[in-house]
Design a protein around this ligand. Structure first.
Ligand SMILES: [Ca+2]
Length: 216
């Protein structure tokens, strides 16, 4: 009987010791806390729309341009081309007096991503906020320099799309201007790109003041 009691005591001690092992610390955080769902990289993309606005539909009648050799202005700057969006682009922009003006009405104040479709007849052309000035409602828009490749009709890559960045639109009418700045791309004088169209991507509803009679 004594032996049995001793055995039971020994067992009880072993169980007690076993129960005294390192207890989990209740303050420890879970090793893998649930992560919040990653936000979409661009919250505006889900319900935004991309609008294609043709340069040949801007108000062109009073626009001053410049050809490689000789003057150009107004509707004479519009060129028909199967390579261009809508079959036309605006060329002969080789003058610092050349200002292309888009009037875009926005349903609300909103951000819009600006892309431009450009070509070059003057070789590879570096455009930046100095050599090609862009303004939005009178404020200069800063963008990273782009290089417009020369016109290469054999590959059909006459026009290249460039994403320039986000602009801020106000509710109602917005004026977006593109002006050739001082540069030496055209025989040492100012040269501009072949201007096909712009694209604006925004959650707002956008409309452009269009002049389709330009190409009639
Ligand atoms: Ca066009």
């Amino acid at each position: 009987m004594k032996k049995l009691l001793a055995l039971l005591c020994a067992l009880a001690m072993m169980l007690t010791l076993a129960a005294c092992g390192p207890a989990p610390d209740p303050t420890d955080p879970p090793t893998d806390p649930p992560k919040p769902t990653d936000p979409p990289t661009d919250p505006a993309t889900s319900n935004s729309t991309t609008y294609l606005f043709e340069t040949e539909y801007t108000y062109m009648k009073d626009v001053v341009g410049g050809g490689i050799s000789g003057a150009a202005a107004g509707l004479n700057m519009i060129v028909e081309s199967t390579d261009a969006s809508n079959g036309f682009y605006v060329g002969s922009t080789h003058s610092t007096k050349c200002v292309i003006t888009y009037k875009v009405t926005s349903s609300e104040a909103a951000t819009a991503t600006l892309r431009v479709l450009l070509g070059s007849e003057l070789g590879a052309m570096k455009l930046n906020p100095t050599s090609f000035v862009i303004t939005v409602n009178g404020t200069a828009f800063t963008y990273e320099e782009i290089t417009v490749p020369t016109e290469v009709k054999t590959t059909g890559k006459t026009f290249t799309q460039f994403k320039l960045g986000d602009i801020q639109l106000q509710e109602g009418e917005n004026i977006i201007t593109f002006q050739v700045g001082p540069n030496e791309y055209c025989n040492g004088g100012p040269g501009g790109p072949l201007f096909d169209a712009i694209k604006l991507t925004s959650t707002a509803t956008l409309t452009m003041e269009e002049h389709p009679e330009n190409i009639e």
